[in-house]
Design a binder for this molecule. Structure first.
Ligand SMILES: *Cc1c(COP(=O)(O)O)cnc(C)c1O
Length: 387
């Protein structure tokens, strides 16, 4: 498979860009519908924090809204403000909660804070005393030790008859630590704790699972699932064949193809010595674009662990990175390609339809989430419209 999407309506800027990112909005909408089907009776939210995992919160938000999503999660309020015009009737939850000075941003954009600590709860109660009824969500910690009220405090709050009537959470949520590992005993422990929370807050919607937890089965769905990475085509569960459609394809222009001789050195530190006469393709992408230095062929600490280096895809072939990745440029070894297969000006795929983002991430010693959210600012984006 080569470029499988339609570039006929791509802009001139995109077609000539040194770095291109194509986002398949049809695949995105399909992935949301797929997760909605897997969520059974539960509603399905869309997590669009970090600029929709690097793919653009405006276009992604609008596409998911049109597909039917009415619950969105962002990390910080400014993301919610950006999303609001694209998801007019949706509930937008802000996972980092609310702090003094942010109230107007929440009220003006109709954002729902996810109260995640004692301090935030106290502050929220003081706001309600002034302003009256306004929705919020409550995050409860069930074993992650990241954000959330401690379990016992949450259960006590549920039973507290003296709490103000204006305090009206619309959702209680918690987050799984090991949802990506179906065999982990943590999942069931957290499930049991969260059942107590859900029962204590009877009549209020509850939500436990992100992408990975949604695959653990109906017990984990409660009233609302919160997929993020699966919508963007990433792997949610370790060791499971990824059922999602790829959404993002990143490509870099080949600026030069050059011949080099056996025994010559390649790149910074001269850490790669050629063992044969070689052809090298110099591509317009580097670590400033989120093409992580740990993808280098040689000369970075990760290579000493035995994990192989990164590779790109061009003209039907996987081509290895050679030498150290630099800020703006990466060198690929194209010696094994037929002599006329590629030329300067062609594009090498960094990940996407032909190279799963998670395979590339593994070569970098990381996860697809980090590769997507770290894409940098130099990619020219092209959105393939959902039909
Ligand atoms: C990021 C996040 C999600 C989405 O997680 P994925 O693994 O990308 O599906 C859901 N819930 C919370 C609380 C999160 O922080």
């Amino acid at each position: 498979m080569s470029t499988a999407f339609d570039l006929t309506d791509a802009s001139a800027e995109f077609l000539a860009a040194p770095l291109r990112l194509t986002i398949d909005l049809g695949a995105l909408a399909d992935n949301w519908r797929d997760m909605a089907r897997r969520s059974g009776k539960a509603r399905t939210a869309a997590v669009v924090k970090a600029d929709a995992y690097g793919l653009g919160i405006e276009d992604v938000g609008q596409t998911l809204y049109r597909a039917g999503a009415r619950d969105f999660f962002v990390a910080v309020p400014s993301e919610g403000a950006t999303l609001r015009p694209y998801a007019p009737e949706a509930r937008i939850f802000v996972l980092s909660g609310i702090w003094p000075g942010m109230e107007e941003m929440f009220f003006e954009n109709d954002l729902v804070p996810v109260i995640a600590s004692e301090e935030q709860l106290t502050f929220w109660m003081s706001i309600l005393a002034e302003r009256g009824d306004y929705p919020c969500a409550l995050q409860v910690d069930t074993g992650f030790n990241r954000l959330g009220l401690p379990l016992d405090d949450a259960l006590a709050l549920a039973d507290d008859v003296s709490r103000p009537a204006s305090f009206s959470p619309v959702l209680v949520l918690s987050h799984l630590a090991c949802g990506d590992d179906p065999s982990s005993p943590m999942n069931r422990l957290q499930l049991e704790s969260f059942r107590r929370v859900s029962t204590a807050f009877e009549g209020i919607d509850s939500s436990l699972s992100a992408s990975a937890g949604t695959f653990l089965g109906p017990e984990y769905h409660f009233d609302l699932t919160r997929p993020g990475i699966a919508l963007y085509g990433g792997e949610a569960v370790n060791g499971m064949k990824n059922p999602m459609r790829p959404v993002a394809t990143a490509e870099a222009r080949v600026l030069q193809v050059r011949d080099a001789r056996v025994d010559e050195a390649v790149g910074y530190g001269a850490v790669s010595r050629l063992t044969r006469d070689s052809r090298l393709a110099i591509a317009s992408v580097g670590y400033a674009d989120g093409y992580l230095r740990s993808l280098s062929g040689r000369g970075v600490p990760l290579r000493d662990t035995g994990i192989a280096g990164g590779y790109g895809f061009i003209a039907g072939h996987r081509i290895p990175v050679i030498g150290r990745i630099t800020m703006d440029l990466t060198i690929f070894d194209v010696t094994d390609l037929p002599r006329n297969a590629i030329a300067a000006g062609d594009y090498v795929e960094l990940f996407g339809n032909n190279l799963p983002v998670d395979d590339v991430a593994r070569a970098a010693g990381t996860i697809g989430y980090e590769l997507l959210t770290g894409l940098g600012l130099r990619h020219e984006r092209h959105y393939v419209e959902a039909l």
